[in-house]
Write a protein that binds this ligand. Structure first.
Ligand SMILES: C[S@@+](CC[C@H](N)C(=O)[O-])C[C@H]1O[C@@H](n2cnc3c(N)ncnc32)[C@H](O)[C@@H]1O
Length: 109
């Protein structure tokens, strides 16, 4: 059964390792594919400033919830309901892309 708006975050230690591997630097623009709970987007917003953070999720309910949650703690990254396979071309290019959902093949975009 698919529950509307349900998503889980990854284990925090794994998220930390993924963020470290991303090797972000001041001024980098980062696209996250799979915003989920918004935890990663919050960490990225704290590190880079929310004007440098772009996150998509295929579930519109999640994007709405993440927008509300992050606004409550003062972060306003760009959050878009979209299929990550299509990229987010209107804000490209990105210095880094982090994907937290599975794909059967890496899309061309
Ligand atoms: C493990 S959760 C992401 C956890 C998130 N990074 C966090 O900080 O909480 C995976 C998310 O990927 C989203 N997702 C799955 N396929 C997607 C796709 N093709 N494009 C965008 N988002 C997708 C799901 O809706 C789900 O919210």
């Amino acid at each position: 059964m698919l529950l509307d708006g349900l998503s889980s975050t990854s284990m925090p230690a794994l998220m930390t390792r993924m963020l470290e591997a991303l090797d972000i630097r001041d001024g980098h623009d980062v696209l996250e594919i799979g915003a989920g709970t918004g935890y990663n987007a919050a960490l990225l917003s704290h590190r880079l400033g929310d004007q440098h953070v772009f996150a998509v999720d295929i579930e519109p309910t999640l994007i709405r919830l993440v927008r509300e949650r992050l606004a409550k703690i003062g972060y306003h990254p760009t959050l878009v309901t979209a299929d990550g396979a299509d990229d987010l071309p209107e804000h490209a290019p990105y210095d880094r892309v982090i994907t937290t959902c599975s794909v059967s093949a890496v899309p061309w975009s």
